[in-house]
Design a protein around this ligand. Structure first.
Ligand SMILES: NC(=O)c1ccc[n+]([C@@H]2O[C@H](COP(=O)([O-])OP(=O)(O)OC[C@H]3O[C@@H](n4cnc5c(N)ncnc54)[C@H](OP(=O)(O)O)[C@@H]3O)[C@@H](O)[C@H]2O)c1
Length: 239
């Protein structure tokens, strides 16, 4: 990267930024000079993350938001634009998991996972797209998963959300590339966060949140004439 602050003057919105991968991405984008718009549901955890990020970013706007709710997304996007300016980068990171035999999953579990991991990306992207189209620039990065490329026992509900997200990402990239808007999917393997217990896996051999932030940093510094549409990330050591 040629400049120490390659995102100076840019506005980056990160969903699910209070911990884990979202917090690491926000931290990295803030260090690169971006003004940050952040959301997640728990106000106390979001406030703690905001305090941390204010030490690295030039401006931080945070709002407790449930990304499954269209009304809350609309208010958040409007407020972020008012506080920070037009949104250049959207990272759709908020996500939840449910793992078990698909036939045992409740309808509530299905709705929670699909609404958080898939519908929210549709709603957030729809909310930011008009201003990106008007400005003929923008980058939307969707944090998917290797579970969006593979299938495995007990993964039916989660895989359905992430395979759906991969399809949505590819199709929206085609819809929006004519306006200079780039859409990418990042597919990590298992990351050492609070997301799931990772039973039986050596934490030292898992991916770290910073590994995912590194991939996002690479994507947003790509020269404007091309975009990397998918990044698959695996730990070097097998967990
Ligand atoms: N960890 C892994 O092994 C792994 C691997 C591949 C992909 N991923 C994906 O990476 C993303 C981040 O995962 P992570 O490991 O960082 O998980 P995490 O540590 O559990 O963090 C999830 C974040 O999303 C927020 N969130 C959850 N539901 C939300 C909602 N309805 N509205 C707004 N915010 C919401 C959480 O805050 P609140 O609970 O306060 O809302 C939190 O900030 C997810 O999309 C996940 O599927 C994770």
């Amino acid at each position: 990267m040629s400049s120490a602050k390659p995102l100076e003057g840019k506005v980056a919105v990160v969903t699910g930024a209070s911990r884990g991968i979202g917090l690491a991405i926000a931290q990295r984008l803030g260090e690169m000079g971006a003004k940050l718009g952040l959301c997640s549901r728990d106000p106390k955890k979001l406030e703690a993350a905001t305090q941390q990020l204010r030490t690295v970013a030039s401006a931080v706007f945070a709002m407790p938001v449930d990304v499954t709710r269209a009304d809350q997304i609309s208010s958040f996007v409007q407020a972020a634009k008012k506080n920070l300016g037009p949104i250049d980068i959207l990272v759709n990171n908020a996500g939840v998991g449910w793992f078990g035999p698909t036939q045992d999953a409740t309808e509530e579990a299905w709705d929670s996972v699909l609404d958080t991991n898939l519908k929210s990306v549709f709603l957030m992207s729809k909310a930011v797209a008009p201003s990106m189209i008007e400005r003929k620039t923008g980058h939307i990065i969707n944090i998917a998963s290797l579970a969006g490329k593979n299938t495995f026992k007990n993964g039916g509900v989660y895989c359905a959300s992430k395979w759906g997200l991969m399809g949505l990402t590819g199709c929206m990239a085609e819809d929006l590339r004519q306006y200079g808007i780039r859409i990418s999917a990042v597919c990590p393997g298992t990351v050492d966060t609070e997301f799931s217990p990772h039973t039986g896996k050596d934490p030292a051999k898992l991916l770290q949140s910073e590994d995912i932030a590194h991939a996002v940093a690479m994507l947003v510094t790509q020269a404007p004439q091309s975009f990397i549409s998918e990044v698959l990330i695996r730990p070097t050591a097998k967990p």
